[in-house]
Design a protein around this ligand. Sequence first.
Ligand code: IPE
Ligand code: IPE
Ligand code: MG
Length: 261
Amino acid sequence: MSGDQAAVSHTAQTLPRHVAIIMDGNGRWAESRNKMRIMGHRAGVEAVQGVVEVCAKKKVEVLTLFAFSSENWRRPKKEVGLLMELFMTALGREIKRMHKNNVRLRVIGDIGKFSKPLQDRIKKAEALTHDNTGLTVVVAANYGGRWDVAHAAKKLAARVAAGELSVDDISPELIAQGLSTHGLPEPDLFIRTGGEQRVSNFMLWQLAYTELYFTDTLWPDFDETALDEAFVSFAGRQRRFGRTGKQVVQACQPDSCQHDA
Ligand code: IPE
Ligand code: IPE
Ligand code: MG
């Protein structure tokens, strides 16, 4: 097999196990149509439905969606209030469909800052879908990557203070276990819609070796074709995890393929 063929055989199988998306551009989508920004967020919920369906169909294991950042409280009160209402109604409506489709919902972020009814609805939705075995949808709400790491650090510090753990035991693996995403594979593919090329405090630890994909498409316009384009881009990447390209190709010859991500 030539080097090129080997590279193709290595990449052809590569559908991401975990896709993490910054769903950006709802406001601009609405503004360009002379509509209120909330109309863009509503259209964004419809795009979520489509992407959840496609990911479930393609057997992606985990789909993480950034819905509200810890910095989004800085928006006008009215927009924040309408977003909270939208979460309530969308969660109430969508959870039944998700449950029927064997989807498991997990919410990450500091949800203690949300209203009590919204917190209850989140907990009920997680409990209802807890044993589902299909796609896991992780919604990041009042989430910040710095919060996530600080929260993990606090838990470890408490264990050290209680004498259960020594400072020398603290390792990247222990920190990862304390993150909100514990138990999930790390994201393979990160997608940001809306044209900005930044991570905006999303999964700072978890994205260490994630493939990054940016598109100008605004989130409400992000459909199956757009998702397929991201998957094609991902399939063409060579993930080296610090090794040389030659090592990666050799390790993935059919008789000696090893994955130790
Ligand atoms: C993303 O869309 C949704 C949330 C942050 C809740 P935006 O509302 O940020 O849309 P733009 O970036 O203003 O177009
Ligand atoms: C990131 O988008 C947060 C979400 C999509 C939930 P923002 O629109 O808040 O990001 P910035 O402020 O442009 O970086
Ligand atoms: Mg934005």
